[in-house]
Structure formats: C-alpha cells, structure tokens
Design a protein around this ligand. Structure first.
Ligand SMILES: Nc1ncnc2c1ncn2[C@@H]1O[C@H](COP(=O)(O)OP(=O)(O)OP(=O)(O)O)[C@@H](O)[C@H]1O
Length: 319
C-alpha cells in the first residue's frame, strides 16, 4: 500500500444493481434485485435484513463473484467488480450460508488450501493465528468431519479471512447455531471489527441485527425499503404511543403538551408518541387534565422491531 493510498468511504457500494435469474422450462425468470442502491460505510457493522427470498444472498454473491449481475454497478473497497474483478474479490471474504466443506482435510490444511487459492505467499499466511482466533487451535489436525456444526461454522469464518480482506460478509452466520455458539461468533465478529474489518451480515434474526449492527438496511422483494443507522431504526421501535380519547373531540394539541411529540387524529383523539421509559405517562395525563381535558378512554400502542419490519415489508407481495 503506497502512502498516497486513501481508504474508500464505502466498503461496498451498489448502484442500480439488478439481477434476473433466467427461467427454465419449469420456472419463470426471477427478478431477484430490482435496481438496488446501497452503500456500506467503511468501518461499520452493517446488517442486511429481509425475509426469505428477499434477495440478500443474491446481493452478497454478486460481490463475492459467485453470481453475475444483470445490470448496475458494484464496487468493493472502491474497486469496480467489472473493471478489476480479481482486485475486488481480494478485498472481500464471504462466509457462506451452507456448510459444505471438504471433510477429508484438517482445519489447518483447509486454511492453507484457501490461502493458496487466494495466492497468499507462504511467509504471509496466518493459519495458526486464525485457528487460534476462532478457537480451533486444538482441532488443528483433526478431520473436518469430526468437528461439530459450530466448529465448522467458525472454520468457515477463518477460511473467509485467510487473505485478510478489509470486508467480511457473513451470510446468515448463526442460522441453526445454538445460543452459546452464537455469542462466541458474535464476540469474534466484534473483535474483527475492532481491528478494523468492515462487517456485513445478512440475517432474518432481528435480535442479531439489533445486538451487533450499527447500520441496518431492510431489503424486500429485491428492493431496499429502509437503510438507516440502528439508533434511528430503534427510535421507531421503542417508541410507544399514548392515545387519549377526550370527552370532547380536540382540534389542536393543548399548549400544555407542546413539549411532546403529539398530534390530533382524525377522530379527535390525542396521540402522544414517546420513548418508553424516558417520559412519564402519568405526567402526560396530568398535563392533559391541567389543560382542562377530560378523558373518556386511554390506551397505549407500541411498536417493536418486528412491527417496524412487518410494517415495512407488509403488502409488498406484488412489489
Ligand atoms: N439460481 C437461481 N435461479 C433462479 N432463481 C433464484 C436463484 N437463486 C435465487 N433465486 C431466487 O431469487 C430470489 C432471491 O433469492 P435470495 O437467495 O437472494 O434471497 P435471500 O434474501 O438470500 O433469501 P434467504 O434468506 O432465503 O436465503 C428468490 O425468489 C429465489 O428463489
């Protein structure tokens, strides 16, 4: 790397990315990505969320060089995959969804083979360091077929890191992995991130995205329907709404309640959206009463990530 080398602003950058899988006698062509614009900031832990079949793996696999895009541009670490496919591939490591490994190798051999595949010179290989990092040093010379599912998955992470890529993509890393292993894997992902690796993970576990990611994009039917910092998304999630149905319908929010995020609904009810645990409902009611309001009925409405997710992906079957 020369001194003039400047780090790219985005680890991954897709512009108008399209993929249509060709149909066959038995199936129609499938438009899996419908012009996706998505930027993954360098240094983030980026969650790509979406229901089954949304297009997450297709997106990832285009960057991994496993799926040929139909249109648009894709850059990895600032390198256009069309202009320099080798360079772009060298900047990314992908941990696939499926565990399909050659079971007749040992973890050590599997990593050495992978490093060879990427053309990493022997002197620069970090095979033992990687085995240590994923907690497989004691299985260094065991056959892969003797490893548990969780160990195999950790070996996959190590395999994706043999060429020390600045971007690591994990496709559904913890599907079918028990809680304990999931924690271990998360810890390792955090460690890699702390050492400077940009992490992209696809998941349909909302909890996983919530726990790990600082940026979240939601993809559905081949389109990005939300892309924001987690905090912004969470704001939508832990907000609750207090709905006061007044004895007499309101037309404006009483001045006493001006400090709140309040609105009058069509039916004349007052809806106050607030952050759960940070603002007191009792106080809101008190202020409403102080403003001369009389309460007919009261209820709260709440949203969680599941709701936000459903609200965003609902009714998009034909999208
Ligand atoms: N090789 C292929 N040929 C034809 N259609 C495909 C192919 N691969 C994926 N698809 C279709 O493209 C759409 C997007 O699939 P993709 O695997 O990218 O979704 P996903 O979001 O990763 O889903 P999952 O979470 O289930 O893996 C789906 O409708 C899928 O059936």
């Amino acid at each position: 790397m020369s001194d003039s080398y400047t780090l790219p602003e985005f680890a991954l950058e897709a512009t108008g990315l399209r993929k249509t899988y060709r149909g066959s006698k038995l199936s129609e062509p499938k438009e899996a990505l419908k012009g996706v614009d998505l930027k993954v900031p360098r240094g983030s832990i980026f969650g790509l969320l979406g229901p089954n079949g949304a297009g997450k793996s297709t997106f990832i696999n285009i960057f991994a060089g496993l799926v040929k895009k139909t249109g648009g541009t894709a850059k990895t670490w600032g390198i256009d995959i069309d202009q320099d496919s080798r360079g772009a591939r060298a900047a990314i490591g992908v941990v696939p969804q499926e565990i399909n490994m050659d079971v007749f190798f040992t973890p050590y051999e599997a990593l050495e083979l992978m490093a060879g595949f990427y053309g990493v010179p022997k002197a620069e290989r970090k095979t033992d360091e990687l085995l240590e990092a994923v907690g497989l040093s004691d299985k260094r010379n065991a056959y892969v077929r003797q490893l548990s599912g969780g160990m195999k998955r950790r070996l996959l992470v190590a395999k994706a890191m043999v060429h020390t890529p600045p971007v690591l993509v994990l496709d559904e890393p913890t599907a079918g992995v028990d809680i304990e292993l999931r924690r271990q894997l998360w810890e390792y992902v955090r460690e890699l991130h702390a050492r400077g690796t940009t992490i992209v993970l696809t998941t349909h576990y909302l909890e996983e995205a919530q726990e790990l990611c600082d940026q979240i994009a939601i993809i559905d039917h081949g389109q990005v329907i939300a892309c924001e910092p987690k905090e912004t998304l969470l704001k939508r999630m832990d907000s609750k709404t207090l709905v006061i149905e007044p004895a007499e319908a309101l037309t404006t929010v009483p001045a006493e309640l001006a400090e709140y995020d309040a609105e009058i609904r069509d039916d004349g009810a007052l809806a106050i959206t607030y952050r759960y645990g940070q603002q007191s409902v009792a106080e809101m009611i008190e202020k409403f009463r102080a403003a001369g309001g009389r309460i007919e009925d009261l209820r709260t409405e709440e949203a969680d990530l599941e709701d936000v997710f459903l609200a965003l992906t609902y009714n998009r079957q034909d999208a």
